[in-house]
Design a protein. Structure first.
Length: 192
Protein backbone atom coordinates (compact mmCIF):
# COMPACT_ATOMS: atom_id res chain seq x y z
CA UNK A 1 0.00 0.00 0.00
CA UNK A 2 1.46 3.35 -0.94
CA UNK A 3 1.80 6.36 1.29
CA UNK A 4 -1.01 8.41 -0.19
CA UNK A 5 -3.46 5.55 0.32
CA UNK A 6 -2.63 5.56 4.02
CA UNK A 7 -3.27 9.29 4.09
CA UNK A 8 -7.00 8.67 3.84
CA UNK A 9 -8.31 7.70 7.24
CA UNK A 10 -11.44 6.18 8.66
CA UNK A 11 -11.99 9.54 10.42
CA UNK A 12 -11.94 11.34 7.05
CA UNK A 13 -14.51 8.90 5.75
CA UNK A 14 -16.81 9.32 8.76
CA UNK A 15 -16.59 13.08 8.27
CA UNK A 16 -17.69 12.91 4.63
CA UNK A 17 -20.41 10.42 5.52
CA UNK A 18 -21.83 13.01 7.92
CA UNK A 19 -21.17 16.13 5.88
CA UNK A 20 -21.60 16.20 2.10
CA UNK A 21 -19.67 19.50 1.80
CA UNK A 22 -16.32 17.71 2.05
CA UNK A 23 -17.09 14.93 -0.40
CA UNK A 24 -15.56 16.44 -3.54
CA UNK A 25 -12.31 17.24 -1.67
CA UNK A 26 -12.29 13.70 -0.27
CA UNK A 27 -12.76 12.18 -3.74
CA UNK A 28 -9.85 14.31 -5.06
CA UNK A 29 -7.63 12.76 -2.36
CA UNK A 30 -8.43 9.14 -3.25
CA UNK A 31 -5.33 7.57 -4.81
CA UNK A 32 -5.90 6.23 -8.30
CA UNK A 33 -2.69 4.17 -8.24
CA UNK A 34 -4.32 0.72 -7.75
CA UNK A 35 -6.48 1.24 -10.86
CA UNK A 36 -4.66 3.99 -12.79
CA UNK A 37 -3.95 1.63 -15.68
CA UNK A 38 -7.68 1.48 -16.40
CA UNK A 39 -9.14 4.61 -14.84
CA UNK A 40 -8.58 8.18 -15.97
CA UNK A 41 -10.29 10.04 -13.16
CA UNK A 42 -12.80 9.91 -10.35
CA UNK A 43 -15.76 12.28 -10.32
CA UNK A 44 -18.07 13.09 -7.48
CA UNK A 45 -21.63 13.96 -8.47
CA UNK A 46 -23.99 15.05 -5.77
CA UNK A 47 -27.27 13.20 -5.82
CA UNK A 48 -30.10 14.08 -8.18
CA UNK A 49 -33.54 12.54 -8.06
CA UNK A 50 -32.90 10.08 -10.88
CA UNK A 51 -29.59 8.93 -9.46
CA UNK A 52 -31.30 7.44 -6.42
CA UNK A 53 -30.20 3.90 -7.17
CA UNK A 54 -26.59 4.64 -8.05
CA UNK A 55 -23.69 4.11 -5.68
CA UNK A 56 -20.85 4.36 -8.14
CA UNK A 57 -20.79 4.05 -11.86
CA UNK A 58 -18.10 3.35 -14.44
CA UNK A 59 -18.30 5.45 -17.59
CA UNK A 60 -16.29 5.18 -20.76
CA UNK A 61 -16.87 7.99 -23.19
CA UNK A 62 -17.35 7.66 -26.94
CA UNK A 63 -20.45 6.07 -28.40
CA UNK A 64 -18.64 5.13 -31.62
CA UNK A 65 -15.74 3.61 -29.72
CA UNK A 66 -18.30 1.61 -27.74
CA UNK A 67 -19.97 0.29 -30.88
CA UNK A 68 -16.66 -0.42 -32.63
CA UNK A 69 -15.33 -2.12 -29.55
CA UNK A 70 -12.16 -0.02 -29.16
CA UNK A 71 -9.76 -1.46 -26.62
CA UNK A 72 -7.34 0.24 -24.23
CA UNK A 73 -9.70 3.06 -23.34
CA UNK A 74 -9.60 4.30 -19.78
CA UNK A 75 -12.85 4.87 -17.90
CA UNK A 76 -14.02 7.50 -15.44
CA UNK A 77 -15.64 6.42 -12.23
CA UNK A 78 -18.50 8.50 -10.91
CA UNK A 79 -19.11 8.45 -7.18
CA UNK A 80 -22.61 9.39 -6.05
CA UNK A 81 -23.83 10.46 -2.62
CA UNK A 82 -25.22 7.00 -1.93
CA UNK A 83 -21.60 5.74 -1.79
CA UNK A 84 -21.27 7.67 1.47
CA UNK A 85 -24.28 6.03 3.09
CA UNK A 86 -23.46 4.18 6.32
CA UNK A 87 -25.74 1.34 5.24
CA UNK A 88 -23.97 0.87 1.91
CA UNK A 89 -20.39 1.40 3.05
CA UNK A 90 -20.07 1.12 6.84
CA UNK A 91 -16.34 1.96 6.66
CA UNK A 92 -13.56 3.29 4.42
CA UNK A 93 -12.34 -0.17 3.40
CA UNK A 94 -15.85 -1.07 2.25
CA UNK A 95 -15.99 2.10 0.17
CA UNK A 96 -12.55 1.40 -1.35
CA UNK A 97 -13.50 -2.21 -2.07
CA UNK A 98 -16.44 -1.04 -4.20
CA UNK A 99 -14.25 1.55 -5.90
CA UNK A 100 -11.17 -0.54 -6.63
CA UNK A 101 -12.54 -4.07 -6.90
CA UNK A 102 -16.01 -3.53 -8.38
CA UNK A 103 -15.85 -0.36 -10.50
CA UNK A 104 -12.13 -0.92 -11.04
CA UNK A 105 -12.96 -4.37 -12.37
CA UNK A 106 -15.49 -2.95 -14.83
CA UNK A 107 -12.85 -0.45 -15.96
CA UNK A 108 -10.28 -3.25 -16.38
CA UNK A 109 -12.65 -5.27 -18.57
CA UNK A 110 -13.59 -2.16 -20.56
CA UNK A 111 -9.88 -1.54 -21.14
CA UNK A 112 -8.94 -5.11 -22.02
CA UNK A 113 -12.05 -6.39 -23.77
CA UNK A 114 -15.04 -4.00 -23.96
CA UNK A 115 -17.11 -6.76 -25.57
CA UNK A 116 -17.34 -8.35 -22.13
CA UNK A 117 -19.08 -5.28 -20.75
CA UNK A 118 -21.28 -3.80 -23.46
CA UNK A 119 -23.52 -1.81 -21.16
CA UNK A 120 -27.08 -1.19 -22.30
CA UNK A 121 -26.12 2.26 -23.56
CA UNK A 122 -29.67 3.49 -24.19
CA UNK A 123 -30.64 2.63 -20.67
CA UNK A 124 -27.77 4.78 -19.40
CA UNK A 125 -28.86 7.69 -21.56
CA UNK A 126 -32.42 7.38 -20.30
CA UNK A 127 -31.17 7.32 -16.74
CA UNK A 128 -29.33 10.55 -17.32
CA UNK A 129 -31.88 12.51 -19.29
CA UNK A 130 -35.31 11.23 -18.41
CA UNK A 131 -37.11 10.82 -15.17
CA UNK A 132 -37.22 7.70 -13.10
CA UNK A 133 -40.51 6.00 -14.13
CA UNK A 134 -39.54 5.99 -17.79
CA UNK A 135 -36.11 4.59 -17.18
CA UNK A 136 -37.65 1.83 -15.06
CA UNK A 137 -39.96 1.01 -17.97
CA UNK A 138 -36.93 0.82 -20.21
CA UNK A 139 -35.10 -1.40 -17.76
CA UNK A 140 -37.90 -3.95 -18.13
CA UNK A 141 -37.74 -4.00 -21.92
CA UNK A 142 -33.92 -3.94 -21.79
CA UNK A 143 -34.01 -7.50 -20.51
CA UNK A 144 -34.93 -8.61 -24.01
CA UNK A 145 -31.66 -7.26 -25.42
CA UNK A 146 -28.57 -9.49 -25.61
CA UNK A 147 -26.59 -6.74 -23.92
CA UNK A 148 -28.59 -7.34 -20.74
CA UNK A 149 -27.16 -10.84 -20.30
CA UNK A 150 -23.65 -9.46 -20.82
CA UNK A 151 -24.39 -6.77 -18.27
CA UNK A 152 -25.59 -9.34 -15.69
CA UNK A 153 -22.51 -11.48 -16.32
CA UNK A 154 -20.21 -8.48 -15.94
CA UNK A 155 -21.85 -7.69 -12.58
CA UNK A 156 -21.37 -11.28 -11.44
CA UNK A 157 -17.66 -11.09 -12.31
CA UNK A 158 -17.32 -7.73 -10.53
CA UNK A 159 -18.99 -9.01 -7.35
CA UNK A 160 -16.88 -12.19 -7.44
CA UNK A 161 -13.77 -10.04 -7.78
CA UNK A 162 -14.86 -7.96 -4.77
CA UNK A 163 -15.46 -11.05 -2.65
CA UNK A 164 -12.02 -12.38 -3.65
CA UNK A 165 -10.47 -9.13 -2.42
CA UNK A 166 -12.22 -8.70 0.93
CA UNK A 167 -9.87 -8.13 3.85
CA UNK A 168 -10.18 -8.24 7.63
CA UNK A 169 -11.04 -4.51 7.76
CA UNK A 170 -14.21 -4.92 5.72
CA UNK A 171 -17.38 -4.88 7.82
CA UNK A 172 -19.41 -8.07 8.11
CA UNK A 173 -22.55 -6.19 6.96
CA UNK A 174 -20.80 -5.16 3.78
CA UNK A 175 -19.48 -8.64 3.05
CA UNK A 176 -22.93 -10.10 3.65
CA UNK A 177 -24.47 -7.60 1.24
CA UNK A 178 -21.90 -8.46 -1.44
CA UNK A 179 -22.81 -12.12 -1.15
CA UNK A 180 -26.51 -11.25 -1.37
CA UNK A 181 -25.94 -9.12 -4.48
CA UNK A 182 -23.96 -11.91 -6.12
CA UNK A 183 -26.78 -14.35 -5.36
CA UNK A 184 -29.38 -11.94 -6.81
CA UNK A 185 -27.46 -11.44 -10.05
CA UNK A 186 -26.92 -15.20 -10.43
CA UNK A 187 -30.65 -15.74 -9.92
CA UNK A 188 -31.41 -13.05 -12.50
CA UNK A 189 -29.14 -14.86 -14.98
CA UNK A 190 -31.00 -18.14 -14.41
CA UNK A 191 -34.31 -16.42 -15.18
CA UNK A 192 -33.16 -15.08 -18.56
ZN1 LIG B 1 -21.24 -3.06 -11.45
Amino acid sequence: MNQSLEALTQEDFIMVQDDSNYRSTFVEKIPLSPISKYVLKLDYISQEKFFDNYIMSTRTTGFLAEVLNFKKRKSDIIIFDLAFSKQIHPNLDDFLCTLYHHEGHHAKETFEDPKLINYPILSDILHFFLNHPLSIMYEKSAKKFPSYKRYINSEIRAFENQIKNINSKNSSDYVERLQECLKLFKKELELL
